[in-house]
Design a protein around this ligand. Sequence first.
Ligand code: GSH
Length: 243
Amino acid sequence: MSDTKRIVTEFVYCLLLSGGKMSPPVLYYLPPSPPCRSILLLAKMLGLDFELKIVNILEGEQLKPDFVALNPQHCIPTMNDEGLVLWESRAILSYLVAAYGKSDELYPTDIRVRALVDQRLQFDLGTLYMRLTDYYFPTMFIGAPLDEGKRAKLSEAVGWLNTILEGRQFAAAEHFTIADLTLLVTISQLEAFDFELRPYKHIRQWLERCKDHMAPYDYEELNGSKAVLMGDMFKAKINQGGA
Ligand SMILES: N[C@@H](CCC(=O)N[C@@H](CS)C(=O)NCC(=O)O)C(=O)O
């Protein structure tokens, strides 16, 4: 085979392997951000190499005109896959499995299983993670006093997850899915904030199972250590008398 023919053949082969895409998707992110962590973990599982672009929200970089033009809601993670611009981490997770997954295992196509995965994703978005941010973030970022009412709402949601997990190995299917991934980021963050997980036996067992499952995918580097970093930021604020 001539050199030119070989180069063209290799190029076509690479193109087929990449689903016909000429360039990798771009991810705008910051490593400690919890929703960004779930995307980085999934990319590792899928063997997907993003073009990574840091947006330092602590310096207000998300408000720069170029970024607002891309995402008017100016939040991270934001992904741009050849003109498909997506934000909302759980929507990005679903897209990435469909676009780059070798199978549907992480986001099953069986409609009854997918319905449960979607329910868990939305429970995390609208209830569990939201209540985590409501309780911890005002103290962590602006030194506001801790609010016991918000803590009670968070405990209520953690209790619901504990009940969901009773008798199950994983959150939505017989195996690990993106529902476990997003819930893992939330619960490991709670753990790093020293939220008392002892009363929630099913969550504790599931948490260890998920950590073991994710260990080969740089779990500590991409999520565990970043959860601790945010936990330390919160504790430093408390010790400064910020709450
Ligand atoms: N529900 C969104 C939450 C995104 C979000 O709140 N991102 C934060 C960082 S963790 C952010 O970008 N904050 C800066 C801003 O909104 O201007 C998701 O899951 O992607």
